[in-house]
Ligand binder design. Structure first.
Ligand code: NAD
Length: 499
């Protein structure tokens, strides 16, 4: 399929996505595929005002009816899975299987949110006073701004939007300036769901197109109750700083530096598959990509050469083609950052396997790289940084306690895992003395989470949680109510106050 045909299949006709000032290039071949008009500051403020008005109406709609809108959205997404998945691939370069996976994740979270729309439950709490009842209720919060990163242009919007919508909140998307087209296509899909729904207020689901300044428009406005931001640690610190000035709420989903411990008892067949998928998937540009491998010294000489061999045979190429496992990096700057990290690793005593340019003759304007394995004598500075590229650093360990210490000794705390069949080790890894990450897996790689669990991480990853479990509470405000149905007015703590 041509690039234009992929765009047109998602309702993005040429005249809609040309003539603007934001150039969009596809990482597949480096060619420009669109020049989209950007939203200016006054456009952003008008959108926020529309959303604030929509909130007045939407918060009164019964939650299960709000769920009906999300059900319709899920149906539209099912119909559009193929088209939208291909657009994700064209725009951010992940292989088609992963592009489709992202849309499936959107469908899954819609299903979850529809069920949730009938379970936004509170609590009844024992009151210390006779004839009193105490309860906790959850009410809609307000407008939710959703800032997203280039590497997941579709799914994180839906983790936030599907939940926020059933919770009674209007949503405003601010996708990455590198991948605005996927969000424009999602907005089209939402508009169809809204039309089928019938009586949703105008401004319930909107999109702002442009750079960080539009994210800043969301963080600056007191009419935006919550900003959920997915992206780099520096971006998260900027958003947190801006929001704290007005004590607004945030959910921060920031960078990861994810590790796997491979113990002597591990099933190496399974470990190799998990390592390769999680280290080279999305060309190492997932927040949950495997970046650090901590291997027991007894199996190091068996595992590492085997990985190097698998890496040498990886199918690298256009992510739109079947059978390809590694697509391009997002742009030349990402390739340069990868090379700089590899140079630093060499300077730290690392032995680098792979890591050079790939597909240079076929796509001279694109940024394909051969995934790299770097054997390091110990975890140094470069291994503590998140380089958004397919680099897998490998170090040895002898004692499980040391392996856990290495795993935790980084600023980020998103995802982690252990491959072991020794229950003492796996339970230690999951215990309070174990992994300090928001996600800790056993005999599964660190990437590819399901939507049923709460997703997010600790430390510089930002502490936010999205998606399943009780993450919905962040999109609502909590209200504690005490009701007196007696004929007395006793005060709490037995305080006497006679007038
Ligand atoms: P980025 O931080 O450059 O940009 C992310 C978004 O933030 C973009 O939409 C950008 O316009 C916006 N932005 C930037 N500065 C801003 C500011 N000061 N105020 C408001 N908005 C601002 O990130 P990226 O390069 O697109 O994505 C890669 C990063 O995202 C990696 O670090 C990756 O680990 C992280 N990520 C995290 C998760 C997660 O769930 N934890 C998921 C995906 C990506």
């Amino acid at each position: 399929m041509s690039h234009d045909a992929i765009l047109a299949a998602c309702g993005l006709d040429r005249d809609r996505i040309t003539g603007g000032t934001l150039a969009v290039t596809t990482p597949v071949d480096g060619s420009e595929i669109a020049r989209v008009p950007v939203t200016d500051r006054s456009g952003a403020e008008a959108a926020i005002a529309r959303a604030a008005t929509a909130f007045e109406v939407w918060r009164q709609v019964p939650a299960p009816r709000r769920g009906e809108l999300v059900r319709l959205l899920g149906e539209e997404l099912r119909r559009e899975k193929e088209n939208l998945g291909r657009l994700v691939t064209l725009e951010c370069g992940k292989i088609l299987q992963e592009g489709l996976g992202e849309v499936q994740e959107m469908i899954d979270i819609c299903d979850f949110a529809v069920g949730l729309s009938r379970q936004l439950y509170g609590l009844t709490i024992a009151s210390e006073r006779p004839g009193h009842a105490m309860r906790e209720s959850w009410h809609p919060l307000g407008v939710v701004g959703i800032i997203t990163a280039f590497n997941f242009p579709a799914a994180p919007w839906s983790w936030n939007a599907a939940i926020a919508l059933v919770c009674g909140d209007p949503v405003i998307a601010k996708p990455s300036e590198k991948t605005p087209l996927t969000q424009l296509a999602i907005q089209e899909i939402c508009d169809r769901a809204l039309a089928a729904f019938g009586d949703a207020p105008e401004g319930l689901i909107q999109t702002l197109i442009g750079g960080p300044e539009l994210g800043e428009a969301l963080t600056a406005s007191p009419d935006v109750a919550l900003v959920s931001a997915t992206g780099s640690v520096p971006m998260g610190k900027a958003v947190a700083g801006d929001m704290s000035k007005r004590l607004g709420k945030t959910i921060l989903e920031l960078g990861g530096n994810n590790a796997m411990i491979v113990a002597p008892s591990a099933d190496l067949e399974m470990a190799v598959r998990a390592i390769v998928f999680s280290a080279v998937g999305t060309a190492g540009q997932r927040c949950t990509s495997l970046r650090r491998l901590i291997v027991h010294e007894d199996i190091y000489d068996e595992l590492v050469p085997r990985l190097v061999k698998v890496y040498e045979g990886l199918a690298i190429g256009s992510p739109l083609e079947n059978g390809i496992l590694v697509g391009p990096l997002i742009d030349a700057a990402a390739f340069d950052a990868m090379q700089a990290a590899l140079d630093t690793a060499r300077a730290e005593g690392g032995t680098v396997h792979g890591g050079g340019r790939a597909m240079g003759e076929t796509y001279p304007d694109a940024a394909y790289a051969t995934p790299a394995i770097v054997e390091l004598p110990a975890q140094g500075e470069i291994m503590r940084q998140e380089t958004f590229a397919p680099i897998l650093y490998v170090v040895k360990y002898r004692e499980i306690g040391d392996a856990i210490r290495i795993q935790n000794d980084v600023p980020q705390g998103l995802s982690s895992c252990i491959f072991s069949t020794d229950v003492r080790e796996t339970e230690l890894f999951l215990s309070a003395q174990g992994s300090d990450c928001g996600i800790a897996n056993v005999n599964i790689g660190p990437s590819g989470a399901e939507i049923g669990g709460a997703f997010g991480g600790e430390k510089e990853t930002g502490g936010g949680r999205e998606s399943g479990s009780d993450a919905w509470r962040a999109y609502m405000r909590r209200q504690t109510s005490t009701v007196n149905y007696s004929t007395e007015l006793p005060l709490a703590q037995g305080i006497s106050f006679e007038i």
